[in-house]
Design a protein around this ligand. Structure first.
Ligand SMILES: [Fe+2]
Length: 471
């Protein structure tokens, strides 16, 4: 079987460049004729072979999303669905659900066998096969290889990703608790699995986003931090004025509406409004100044008053008395449907964890962080680190169904990405650099909003005149 480099070289010999998605597709198909069939059918004048050149690959379009009613439809994450935390009893259901659902996504692309069956039988020694498991542990060996313990419901096995193999670069980005498939061979003694290819749940390369059949425009923001002495009142005023004249029908806010109280040590010295009710009242007044024709969809973040464990419930009534009627309160995460265009709102706390675990990841690459979520089909893959997760009977952080737009915030740095048809928007902030961010060398991009045309899904970054003060 050819590896990625050989496939790319084969295309180059016919004077064609090839998109990495196509290489990945060929590697996964296990069909020796596919490569030549693609080359034979590439339309003339093609420079880069993309997924559109793969014969027989139809674009996916889900016809069930057409809506007669133009109002916001909350698909998941409506009030009261986050569930309680029932101690340790639900943990086993939670991880089984995560394994089953993500494992099924991988299994649709490759046949896999149970780990215990593989270890016990001598039949499969040195024979290529695939296993699907959750990453229990991952580390580098003394010789610079990566080794991971992979677990499925039947057993656990050590998988070696050798540094001289093409699979190594993908394995460098492994995070514990993500679900992966690995193709390779078991060692003679049955103790070690040598990996050659790694499958993630991922998004199919033929995924085609739904586009609204009628005019519509949505604006995406997050991290307002009302109550903080770094909240940018003047810039917010400009945004408010702009929205009066803009045809946008939807405004989505992905959490950290207020700065909260007691979120970090010494926060009281950085608060203009020290009462949590007053912070939300002020935020409510600000929303009332926005045009009432705009539907406002609000989900919470880690600075908000609700529990930190995700999924986070909606902001309770006691805090939303001053919110206008055109607000829809949803949980974090929540999937909302705007004219058939599905938006997955997630505050983005897991980005803190991913920055610590993925080589090269950083706060100023928020677009890349959203891709890391999409490829794993999970909003917060690593369990038990900075992102608290309420282990309910179902894993609500799995990305399923695939949205047209993933909307995050948290890092205060705007970022836009497109990954396999999904538009990722990290919406920045309305707070200037805090002392903590200064210490952490995080340079925020305040007072920006992203507007998206729902008929084309084209994003537009709008800036509301923030100028950093020079010391
Ligand atoms: Fe924030």
């Amino acid at each position: 079987m050819l590896d990625a480099q050989q496939i790319a070289l084969r295309f180059l010999r016919t004077k064609l460049q090839v998109h990495p998605d196509v290489v990945q597709y060929i590697l996964e198909q296990d069909n020796p004729d596919l490569l030549e069939r693609i080359i034979a059918q590439v339309p003339p004048d093609t420079v880069v072979v993309t997924s559109k050149c793969i014969p027989g690959l139809d674009t996916l379009r889900d016809g069930t999303r057409f809506l007669a009613d133009p109002t916001v439809d909350v698909v998941s994450g409506s009030a009261g669905t986050s569930g309680g935390i029932n101690g340790t009893a639900d943990f086993i259901h939670y991880f089984r659900d995560r394994y089953q659902r993500l494992g099924t996504m991988i299994r649709s692309r490759c046949g896999a066998m149970p780990i215990e069956g593989l270890i016990r039988s001598t039949r499969y020694r040195q024979e290529e096969c695939t296993i699907i498991g959750m990453v229990v542990e991952v580390k580098s060996t003394q010789n610079g290889h990566r080794i991971a313990a992979i677990e499925d419901p039947t057993g656990t096995i050590s998988v070696l990703f050798r540094k001289d193999r093409p699979v190594f670069s993908v394995a460098e980005r492994l995070i514990h608790d993500e679900v992966i498939g690995v193709r390779g061979k078991l060692s003679h003694d049955g103790k070690l699995f040598f990996a050659e290819h790694l499958y993630r749940p991922d998004i199919r390369i033929d995924n085609t986003p739904f586009k609204s059949d009628r005019a519509g425009r949505a604006v995406f923001i997050s991290d307002i931090h009302v109550g903080s002495n770094t909240f940018l009142e003047k810039e917010w005023g400009r945004f408010c004025d702009w929205l009066q004249d803009d045809p946008a029908g939807y405004l989505l806010i992905a959490g950290d509406l207020v700065d909260g109280i007691g979120v970090y040590p010494g926060q009281e010295h950085e608060l203009l409004i020290k009462n949590i009710y007053e912070q939300y009242d002020r935020f409510g007044e600000m929303l009332r100044d926005l045009p009432s024709r705009v539907r406002i969809i609000i989900s919470p973040g880690n600075h908000d008053v609700v529990r930190g464990a995700e999924p986070q419930p909606v902001i309770p009534d006691a805090f939303t008395k001053k919110f206008p009627k055109n607000c829809t309160l949803v949980e974090n995460p929540a999937l909302v449907n705007l004219q058939g265009v599905r938006v997955l709102m997630y505050h983005g706390r897991s980005i803190d964890d991913m920055i610590g675990l993925i080589p090269g990841a950083s706060y100023d690459k928020s677009g890349q962080m959203m891709e890391e979520m999409l490829v794993r089909r999970h909003l917060a893959p690593a369990y038990g680190r900075k992102t608290p997760i309420a282990a309910g009977r179902q894993d609500r952080l799995i990305i399923d169904p695939i949205p047209e737009i993933l909307h995050t915030g948290h890092v205060h740095v705007s970022g836009i990405t497109t990954y396999r048809g999904v538009l990722g928007i990290n919406a920045g902030t309305w707070q200037s650099q805090t002392l903590f961010q200064k210490q952490m060398n995080v340079n925020p991009t305040p007072a920006e909003a992203v507007a998206v045309d729902l008929q084309t899904l084209r994003p537009e970054i709008l800036s509301f005149g923030y100028k950093p003060q020079t010391a």
